[in-house]
Design a protein around this ligand. Structure first.
Ligand code: GLA
Length: 370
């Protein structure tokens, strides 16, 4: 099976529908989409019940599907190989695992476990720290809800189902940040999310400023064991401190650690939660320089204490700052992928071009701003 239209052309549902029909010889029953995300600040805090401040990017994933009368799932994608498997087949790392995971999540709300034809089109780079997985999950769930005529879940319910796809079918024990922002935010805003209560507030970015999302050119693999290892280290650190999660830890408690690595992991989470709160204050009082400084501090903490940066990310962050960004940091899980940089809107393109010149593998993904 082949994708019938070019990979990176402008997104249009008509094009997706045409490709679906050409492939499967019928019209789709449902079409849905979801955007990727970039995190402004609040990294590796979500699975510690902490605070995050992500926003959606304009890049998005579109899904068109129609249910079948047998148990086959047949899919085409502009980014990954086409495939076919039965709904009861085991997981094999193919992207159709996400589809089967989504079917499972909808069973408790009346969904049926039957086969389907599906076409997926996306311009969110995979493995770049901009939530291509969460976007696929949310778009899939939205399309399946329509196709199976199920009651419409709330955004937090959708996010929880999408997170369970990751936990139960993909093997990443991720937090809730990506799925919540992808389900509930709109482009141009950022979302202050409390990952313990799931309370959130949409906030505007500083007027006259833009967040540049720049790919370092190096790809990370989130299900690589390091992510789950950090999660386990945080749980162990919380146990050492006698708190339910590192959200409840304070910097005064750091002296209790006998071991340096555990202390530094906890220090990152405690200081990062404080930085998110300070960043929200900067947004409220329209202080872009303050926000930029906090982004820089966040990157240093992720690099030195949490140890999830990479030479490519550090170099790109340095170039963006040198070219005039107010602040820059890695975004997402780290180990490669993207960085975010806060820039004055008027000079954002120049700042990014200079940094890209110094880092030839890097490229601009999105400029978010008003
Ligand atoms: C990935 C996970 C999120 C979050 C970030 C790090 O994107 O999916 O839940 O933990 O890493 O902040």
């Amino acid at each position: 099976m082949v994708w019938n239209s070019p990979m990176n052309d402008a997104h249009s549902p008509d094009d997706l529908i045409t490709s679906f029909s050409a492939q499967f010889g019928r019209e789709p029953m449902a079409v849905a989409h979801a955007h990727g995300r970039a995190n402004l600040i609040g990294e590796h805090t979500d699975y510690n019940d902490g605070l995050v401040l992500p926003c959606v990017i304009s890049n998005r994933t579109e899904v068109a599907l129609a249910m079948r009368n047998d148990d086959l799932v047949c899919g085409i994608s502009n980014q990954f190989s086409a495939g076919q498997k039965a709904v009861h087949d085991g997981l094999d790392g193919h992207w159709l695992d996400f589809v089967i995971g989504a079917l499972h999540q909808l069973l408790p709300v009346g969904g049926t476990f039957q086969g389907l034809d599906i076409a997926v089109k996306s311009n969110i780079p995979a493995g770049a720290g901009v939530s291509s997985s969460a976007a696929l999950e949310i778009a899939l769930l939205r399309a399946l809800v329509k196709a199976q005529q199920l009651p419409c879940p709330t955004d937090p319910q959708l996010a929880a189902m999408a997170q369970r796809i990751e936990h139960d079918f993909i093997g990443t024990q991720c937090g809730i940040m990506d799925q919540m922002v992808v389900a509930a935010a709109t482009h141009g805003d950022c979302m202050m999310l409390d990952c313990r209560s799931l309370d959130y507030k949409l906030m505007s970015l500083p007027a006259g400023h833009a967040v540049a999302v720049v790919h370092s050119g190096s790809v990370r693999k989130l299900s690589d064991s390091v992510y789950n290892q950090r999660l386990a280290e945080c749980a162990a650190a919380a146990r050492t401190l006698g708190v339910d999660s590192l959200r409840d830890a304070t910097k005064e408690m750091l002296g209790k650690f006998a071991e340096d690595t555990a202390m530094r992991r906890a220090k990152h989470v405690i200081s990062e939660n404080a930085r998110v709160q300070a960043a929200v204050d900067c947004l409220v009082r329209n202080d872009p320089s303050g926000l930029g400084g906090l982004m820089d501090e966040s990157h240093e903490s992720l690099c030195d204490d949490y140890e999830v940066s990479s030479p490519e990310l550090d170099r790109l962050v340095g170039s963006l700052r040198g070219a005039g960004a107010l602040g820059a940091r890695l975004t997402g899980a780290g180990f490669g992928g993207c960085v975010v940089a806060l820039c004055e809107m008027a000079s954002a393109n120049t700042v990014v071009s200079r940094a890209v010149e110094m880092n030839p593998d890097s490229y601009l993904i999105d400029l978010i701003g008003n």
